[in-house]
Design a protein around this ligand. Structure first.
Ligand SMILES: NC(=O)c1ccc[n+]([C@@H]2O[C@H](COP(=O)([O-])OP(=O)(O)OC[C@H]3O[C@@H](n4cnc5c(N)ncnc54)[C@H](OP(=O)(O)O)[C@@H]3O)[C@@H](O)[C@H]2O)c1
Length: 390
């Protein structure tokens, strides 16, 4: 039986519900130490270039996964002095000239941070409030600013357009749960509160949307450049005017470092681009970078739902802008813009994402972690072309 429009809205709603708590989550941790992403883009000038007015001592909790390396490169280019704190498992050979301290936050081991002072601490990987509390026990009184990397998934609802940072955040009745898959958004929201409690008036919260670009292991954006590069008929979801929001990891990272330089506190949605981007514009922009014969066939959201093609997961980046998800891709970034969030042009993100993908090992390239497999895409397209009453 074909799902009805109501089923579709439920599905979109449940997708949004799931998205609400987990859409903007980090990529799965790599199984083994692996090459850092984005290294080949170092030479690109980052806005604004040059040295910061005053060098800072910056401690990055994390620093070697996806966004961390981009923060480190930009901070070094700006003349700051860095320390990284992690377990030494992810990309251990990265940044041999940067000070590294070890500890495992899962077991509350922060001994290596004791007795040290930093101007700013940036906390990248944390979802659990306990991680903030325990870090704060050691760092309180030893830093002027605490920057917490949160997520747009903190928001309770996505049904309204253009919502800003004052929108209601999600809560959980199990605040001590460590189930980060189930309670990703609410736990991030609680972690934000812990940060503000531990460092009152000195906390900066950045809530990123989907982070994309070189180094991304989730493949959610990567699917599109790779798919269009492969060529042929490409299944495009929904309608060309459906809104999407993404942020290049480098733009996000540079923004975080500049907030440190400015000593800016408060909460900032961190997504992009500057003005409204549609699915059609995004895919057109991706297509323009590729050299293939790719062409798009737009398939409406309710037909995709009837085919059990899931927004965001099977058709990454895209969520149909209806019902509970109407405002999902229209978060206001006015505050971040006022504090100097800048954006690379889309073609650079696409090109560097493709370069990154091409440099990945063959086995990983063979199976992307998001998007439709080629055979399934063909099936859905065939069903669309064979539909009754075309
Ligand atoms: N991806 C998205 O689209 C998206 C969207 C919205 C928000 N976000 C948020 O953005 C952030 C992304 O962070 P990232 O992973 O790119 O940051 P990162 O700082 O580049 O990498 C994560 C770091 O955390 C360290 N780490 C992991 N587990 C640890 C532990 N138990 N103890 C100590 N250190 C540990 C890792 O090193 P070791 O493994 O060596 O310890 C690694 O250095 C996350 O907060 C995520 O929730 C992501």
């Amino acid at each position: 039986m074909q799902p009805s429009r109501r089923d579709f809205l439920n599905m979109a709603g449940s997708a949004a519900g799931a998205l609400g708590v987990g859409a903007f989550a980090a990529a799965p941790a790599p199984a083994s130490p692996q090459r850092p992403g984005g290294a080949r883009t170092d030479e690109r000038p980052s806005p604004p270039g040059g040295q910061a007015p005053k060098p800072l001592r910056i401690l990055i909790l994390g620093g070697t996964g996806f966004i961390g390396p981009h923060q480190v490169r930009y901070a070094i280019a700006r003349g700051h002095k860095l320390t990284l704190f992690n377990r030494g498992r992810t990309n251990p050979g990265l940044f041999p000239d940067v000070e590294k301290l070890q500890g495992d936050r899962a077991v509350g081991d922060y001994a290596s941070l004791k007795g040290r002072d930093w101007d700013v601490v940036i906390d990248n990987p944390t979802t659990l409030p306990r991680w903030v509390r325990q870090a704060a026990d050691v760092l309180r009184g030893h830093t002027q600013q605490y920057v917490f990397i949160s997520t747009l998934s903190v928001y309770a609802k996505n049904d309204t357009l253009n919502m800003d940072e004052t929108a209601e955040v999600a809560i959980t009745h199990e605040p001590d749960s460590e189930d980060v898959r189930k309670y990703y958004g609410p736990l991030k929201a609680l972690s934000e509160k812990e940060a503000e409690k531990a460092f009152p008036g000195r906390t900066t919260v950045i809530r990123p949307g989907l982070i994309v670009g070189p180094g991304d292991l989730s493949d959610r954006f990567t699917y599109w450049p790779v798919r269009l590069e492969r060529g042929g008929e490409v299944l495009a979801p929904g309608g060309p005017t459906d809104p999407v929001q993404i942020i290049d990891a480098r733009d996000l990272s540079e923004f975080a470092i500049r907030l440190c330089e400015d000593g800016a506190t408060g909460t900032y949605n961190g997504t992009g681009p500057r003005s409204r981007l549609t699915m059609g514009e995004m895919l057109g922009g991706v297509r323009a970078v590729t050299t293939s014969d790719a062409y798009l066939t737009w398939v409406p959201a309710d037909f995709l739902a009837a085919q059990s093609v899931r927004p965001w997961v099977d058709m990454p980046v895209w969520v149909p802008p209806v019902g509970d998800s109407a405002g999902f891709a229209t978060r206001s970034i006015r505050r971040a813009l006022a504090k100097g969030l800048t954006f690379r042009p889309l073609y650079l993100t696409v090109k560097d994402t493709l370069d990154f993908y091409q440099s990945e090992p063959e086995d990983r390239k063979a199976k992307l972690r998001a998007g439709l497999a080629a055979a399934r895409e063909k099936e859905v397209l065939a069903a669309w072309h064979a539909r009754k009453n075309p």
